[in-house]
Design a protein around this ligand. Structure first.
Ligand code: IPM
Ligand code: MN
Length: 365
């Protein structure tokens, strides 16, 4: 089969890890007889440097014409001036919004051979396997008013955590749908004891729950969830939450898996359904780590696992996705590690070598 894909490496290690992810994608194509036509585009800091915009129109157009988008990371100190007119992150946010990708799935799975790579005790993280459903196009990130201004008594700034019931309903629904295919337990995270937007969130979650009598719904306050994540992470299975809470909690959750370099993500326009292809954007959850860029250090596994998610959700290539996941697992089982998950007696590899190893296994070597 033939597929049209948009590839946006972005900035920093985004470039390093995307190169390896594409390598694995190519190996998958060769093994299973698919052609993945890749269209490369600019987003983030590199796009600002070359075009003045964080998301050039051509990039958005190209993504709209593709079946899926593979993204690296955006940002870096070069573009970090808080007074700048445009920021790399604006490009990513405009892409998510412009493509209607409101559902961000972030699976957190602890590989058995990495339980010693985490800062947490092995007995706490053993068997951890849950998924975050982060709302991605609302809340503080996009709410209006959002501005900074001068008053007679100094500067002020405001961001707005705004949600409509429709926005809440569609994301909570994604949570229920995923829970149906898993442990039938959904945790909805909010701050309903303080925030009005969370009180609406909780009401809507309870209303939607009536349509899912087979699913057990639990409400958890965001501070308690932050605690639960490191106290007893096995308690969680499917967690649905608003944009900012999800951003913060998933960085925390990545530490269970040993490193941010291990976690892939999918941003979709709806709940994924077995056997159907949902348009989506796939990216590792880590950032651009500018200090490690170009040093052949970064862990490409999050990006490679993002390719597997892309094959599964957007291209309906389940067998191919499983092959990539198995190749990653086998490489780890054989003791190969990048610096971020390195431990005693293991073999340290650079970004390229890890990519070659996994691509080789996908190709049947
Ligand atoms: C993420 C990142 C982004 C976010 C940044 C780069 C805008 O941290 O995908 O989690 O905050 O959503
Ligand atoms: Mn983040």
């Amino acid at each position: 089969m033939k597929f049209e894909l948009a590839v946006l490496p972005g900035d920093g290690i985004g470039v390093d890890v995307t190169t390896e992810a594409v390598k694995v994608l190519q190996a998958t194509g060769e093994r299973f007889g698919h052609t993945f036509n890749r269209h490369h585009g600019l987003v983030g800091g590199i796009a600002i440097d070359q075009t003045g915009e964080a998301l050039p129109k051509e990039t958005l157009k190209m993504c709209r014409g593709a079946q899926a988008v593979l993204l690296g990371a955006v940002g870096g100190p070069k573009w970090d001036d808080p007074r700048a007119r445009v920021r790399p992150e604006d490009g990513l946010l405009a892409l998510r919004k412009g493509l209607g990708l409101f559902a961000n799935l972030r699976p957190v799975k602890v590989f058995p051979m990495l339980t010693n790579s985490s800062n947490l005790k092995p007995e706490i993280i053993e068997g951890v396997d849950f998924i975050f459903v982060r709302e991605l196009t609302g809340g503080l990130y996009f709410g209006k008013p959002k501005r900074q201004w001068q008053t007679s008594r100094g500067r002020r700034a405001v961001d707005s955590m705004a949600y409509s019931e429709q926005e809440i309903e569609r994301i909570v629904r994604v949570g229920f749908e995923l829970a149906r295919g898993r442990q039938k337990k959904l945790v909805s995270v909010d701050k309903a004891n303080v925030l009005e937007s969370s009180r609406l969130w909780r009401q809507v979650a309870m209303e939607v729950a009536e349509e899912y009598p087979d699913i057990e719904l639990e409400h958890m306050l965001v501070d308690a969830c932050a605690m639960r994540l490191i106290q007893n992470p096995r308690y969680l299975d499917v967690v649905v939450t608003e944009n900012t809470f999800g951003d913060i909690l998933t960085d925390e959750a990545s530490m269970l898996a040993g490193s941010m370099g291990m976690l892939p993500s999918a941003s979709l326009a709806g709940a994924p359904r077995e056997g159907t292809s949902t348009f989506g954007l796939y990216e590792p959850i880590h950032g651009s780590a500018p200090r490690r860029a170009g040093l052949n250090m970064a862990n490409p596994i999050a990006a490679i696992l993002s390719v597997a998610m892309m094959l599964r959700y957007s291209l309906s290539l389940t067998k191919e996705a499983q092959t990539i996941e198995a190749a990653v697992e086998q490489s780890l089982n054989e003791g190969y590690r990048t610096y971020d998950i390195m431990s005693e007696d293991k073999t340290k590899l650079g970004t390229k070598e890890m990519g070659d190893l996994i691509a080789g296994k996908v190709g049947g070597q």
